[in-house]
Design a protein around this ligand. Structure first.
Ligand code: F6R
Length: 241
């Protein structure tokens, strides 16, 4: 695991950009795994700037996202499909048909899980971007999710719903369930890039980097992957010193 500690979120986004560009420039038809939430927003801004200013092209790039809330779709500005269009896709030259997210509104969610896992198997991620939950979740794989899990429906922990309530009008509006890539789908990526900032992530970052590898902390499995880059700010790294 390579760990890069940055002074602030600006530097964090810049360091993460270099890791992402290294993949995209070396393989113009790469499959990039993407995440939502606050952590990747600075990186996405930099990817858009770089695409505009330096001409990095995503015309042949394909993307797969980690997760989506069950019950939400593009018409909801809290859905992850909306988030991705708004924060990244509309600013770069990626083709809409090359972007993939699990469908939170599928009529048959069990079938949707199978479809998404089959899709991931047919186009393994060259890089998978991850944020980390304060409880150590990756994707929406909450603590005690089996390490061998594939795409599945998850009941969100109360704490995760509270952490994400900031994006909704009230806690009641935060969906109770999500569809997420499983941990084995994440581990299948050739390279993994984790971004985390802020003191509320310090415990999870410690467990990810230095803790026991245990299903109690889903992110700890990343210690077993052979190509992980973690980019964190000093606050998130504070317990690792
Ligand atoms: C997002 C995702 C989650 C977040 C994590 C951190 O697609 O799967 O694992 O990465 O909850 O969220 P933020 O970045 O909002 O702190």
């Amino acid at each position: 695991m390579k760990v890069i500690v940055t002074k602030n979120t600006e530097e964090l986004a810049e360091q993460a950009l270099q890791v992402m560009l290294d993949v995209v420039k070396n393989k113009p038809n790469a499959v990039i795994g993407l995440a939502t939430g606050s952590s990747p927003v600075g990186l996405y801004k930099k990817m858009i700037e770089d695409c505009k200013n330096n001409g990095t092209s995503y015309a042949n790039i394909k993307s797969v996202n980690l997760d989506e809330y069950v019950g939400l779709g593009i018409e909801s500005d809290q859905s992850y499909v909306y988030f991705m269009n708004d924060n990244l896709f509309k600013g770069i030259d990626i083709k809409q048909e090359n972007t993939n997210l699990p469908n939170g509104k599928a009529a048959d969610m069990a079938k949707e899980c199978e479809r998404y896992t089959a899709l991931l198997n047919s186009m393994p991620q060259d890089i998978q971007l991850l944020g980390i939950g304060a409880n150590g979740h990756i994707g929406f794989n909450e603590p005690n999710t089996p390490f061998n899990s594939t795409t599945h429906i998850v009941e969100l922990e109360e704490g995760t719903r509270r952490d994400n309530a900031r994006f909704f009008a009230s806690l009641d509006e935060v969906p109770t369930h999500a569809i997420t890539m499983g941990i084995s789908n994440i581990m299948n990526a050739k390279k993994i890039l984790v971004v985390a900032n802020g003191a509320n992530k310090a415990k999870a970052v410690y467990q990810m980097i230095k803790g026991e590898v245990s299903e109690n902390c889903p992110a700890s499995i990343l210690q077993k992957h052979n190509d992980v880059v973690v980019v964190v700010d000093e606050a998130a790294y504070s317990l690792c010193k």
